[in-house]
Design a protein around this ligand. Structure first.
Ligand code: SF4
Ligand code: SF4
Length: 109
């Protein structure tokens, strides 16, 4: 199993998760982070740290799309090991519906 970053991260990018991951397996895109499922050791430490509740264990139903997206883009985007400032409008996008269709970017962070 692994943990995955889901739609709630898009345009939020608070990055609290990055600080706590013991194996530095987060990767940064323009609008969201992803977890490398091959590097994640399933410790679960990041899940409660995310203010957007964007991180979920892949044992939950309905996450196939997100598991695939995390695997795909963690191979393309740069590794991130230190927390940066969240975007100025992060709070405005917290909890917003349909963020993938509206804002997802495949560009690296
Ligand atoms: S803490 Fe949550 S919203 Fe922030 S970057 Fe990590 S997964 Fe995304
Ligand atoms: S579950 Fe642990 S190893 Fe996996 S991404 Fe979260 S903090 Fe990192």
């Amino acid at each position: 199993m692994t943990y995955v970053v889901t739609e709630a991260c898009i345009k939020c990018k608070y990055m609290d998760c990055v600080e706590v991951c013991p194996v530095d397996c987060f990767y940064e895109g323009e609008n969201m982070l992803v977890i490398n499922p091959n590097e994640c050791i399933d410790c679960g430490v990041c899940e409660p740290e995310c203010p957007a509740e964007a991180i979920l264990p892949d044992t939950e139903d309905g996450l196939d799309q997100w598991l695939e997206l995390n695997a795909t883009y963690s191979a393309q985007w740069p590794n991130i090991t230190a927390k940066k400032d969240a975007p100025d409008d992060a709070d405005a996008h917290k909890g917003e519906a349909g963020k993938f269709e509206k804002y997802f970017s495949s560009n690296p962070g």
